[in-house]
Design a protein around this ligand. Sequence first.
Ligand code: PMV
Length: 351
Amino acid sequence: MERTTETTNEIKVKWRCPSNIAIVKYWGKKDVQIPCNSSLSLTLNNSFTEVEVSLSEKTTMEAVELNYYFEGELNEKFGKRVADYLADNMEDFPYLRVSAVNINSTNSFPHSAGIASSASAFGAIALAMLDLTYILEEKEIDDEFYQKASRLARLGSGSACRSIFPAFALWGENDKVEGSSNDFAIEVETVHPIFRNMRDAILIIEDEPKKVSSTVGHGLMNEHPYAKQRFEQANKRTAELVQILKEGDFDAFIQICESEALTLHAMMMTSVDYYLLVKPGTLTAIEKLMNFRLEHLVPVCFTLDAGPNVHVLYPEKYAEQVEEFIKTELTDTYKKVIFDHEGQGPQKLNV
Ligand code: PMV
């Protein structure tokens, strides 16, 4: 049956996409979101974006007519970024030539939490927009759908491509990892039980918006005096981490994870236009966590995103002990804590 514009405009889809936290960091990019090194992340569960997307009749001559609502309010700033992204990827969303698109987006985490939302937002947008293409072309969702969604998510925000896959995802060509690609992420499938359902307690140290956007940060790697060594190091660590996840060596995981966090911030501090995102609370929390690990011999470690917040990572079986420590010993370092854990990837929801 051929669809008329009227039936096209009745279609509505809803997707949930989680955020992710990088263990090996992506920092530095070329051309259209091509990473300078491979990266590997943990997909989260409780920190996610949901988007409901519907089509309606176009009322303007704009190439892309988009109404973007965030938490019920028209958001022109992010809407402009999304509209530009859709215009650049028109051939994947051909219905945009004849229909206007309405996106209603919500986050599970408070806007001011300082959690990077572009990964989950672009993950959810790419999935929902591609789903519309598939529905209109009467195609089934299959593995190729997720690979395409990952590529499209990457074009919106690099790290978003990893959020399309459950648990551990790897992005960026790496000659030691079969199937790895600069275009999309892949799932790391062989994972030892110690890393299964890994916990991530996100300590919100500060909840102000980022001082320096990640786009500017990536750009600073172009002129960075240590760029070459950094990219080589990250590629080596990505391949090592794949092996560590397979073998279940948590001590080796801790070493890569914490050094990656500090290296990311070291890159920022040693850029030609240097800057500093860690806060006193970040350092206090890290120091206390390292002491706690030494004293109690508990496998727990930290990582950092491009901001002051501390992600505390630990195996599920140590959850009680670590969470008790976070709630008693670390309270004066953070404003809020979000307890999250390994997620199973995106989900299509009923509308
Ligand atoms: O996806 P972007 O462009 O926001 O960059 C994300 C960069 C880091 O979060 C700092 C590291 C990463 O690999 O996610």
